[in-house]
Design a protein around this ligand. Sequence first.
Ligand code: PMP
Length: 380
Amino acid sequence: MKAPATTIFEHMSGLAREFGAINLGQGFPELPEPPELIAAAQAALAGHSNQYPPMRGIPELRSAVAHYYGRTQGLNLSADNVVATSGGTEALAASLFALVAPDDEVILVQPLYDAYLPLVQWVGGVAKVISLTPPEWTLPLDALAAAIGPKTRGIVLNTPNNPVGTMLTRAELEAVGALAQAHDLWVLCDEVWEAMVFDGTEHVSPLAIPTLASRAIKVGSAGKIFSMTGWKVGWAVAAPDLAARIAARHQFLTFTTPPALQWAAAEGLALPDSWFDAQRARYAGLKARLVHGLEAAGFKVLPGSGTWFITVDLAASGLPADDAALAERLVREAGVASIPVSAFYAEAPETGYLRLCFTKEEVVLDEAVARLARFREQFG
Ligand code: PMP
């Protein structure tokens, strides 16, 4: 795949501005930001050094990440497992730069977050792409096993999945673990959406699977956990030797991450469960509002447990199943920006699905539903 000049997210946000459309495309909340986190960052700017923090992150953040995952996912970690990075994106980059050598094969799973493929290619790696099977978006374990060859070194996974919101099950991860062990592969798992799960489904990290504990890297993001996407504080979590290799790449990517935001993220991760429950409940309400509104207007929304997105099945909604063309029409004619799921494919895209972001105020979601409903009427 040739890298586009601008990403689909920038393209659709640009069109949304041009046509004054409601932007349910790019994934960011337009909601009040958590005051606890803002106050913590303000206090940290005034109360802590603003000079280079330790390269691997301030110890307080690394410990807070380890404790948070102990508390929320039952993982047994310490600060030695954690490398703080400038967002999940840098954690992905540092991990892939540490793990992939020229001509190494890396298995990617479509639909895929747009950074994976260019990052693998930058270091001379060769991507082997397999696809989740819609409409449940299950991981095709036979295809995964078949894609493993003598040059395969690793697999990149994403759970909960952006764009489609589905999650890998413990059984699927155990099957991945058996393959990884048999073929001596690493597993890089992008879990930036782990805190944004709304139906009670358990988030399972590959680090929780015994066969993967020493060969998996978990990527997290404070920007997602605290709904402040511009913060760009993230981390890679792995066995200490792997973490050290990732830190060696982080050293020459960004070296450090703004200390005040690290302090704030550390404080945020220590907030009580009730804070996280309330945040989840707010988002769950917004998701239900968009889903129910669309369903009442005749749209078919696919099930998904996590992320800030829902997936509309176009054919089942009585719409033409050409997602890219439809997204262009929707932003111009209906005044609603969306993201075509085909944009998340490197090859052989599924074209029948649209991604919509629900982290907007109720009135905005209601207006978007009204506009989409009017647009759909023309298709009878
Ligand atoms: N991975 C996935 C799957 C994402 O959706 C995103 C953000 N949209 C990222 C990584 C990047 O996270 P960050 O902003 O922390 O770099």
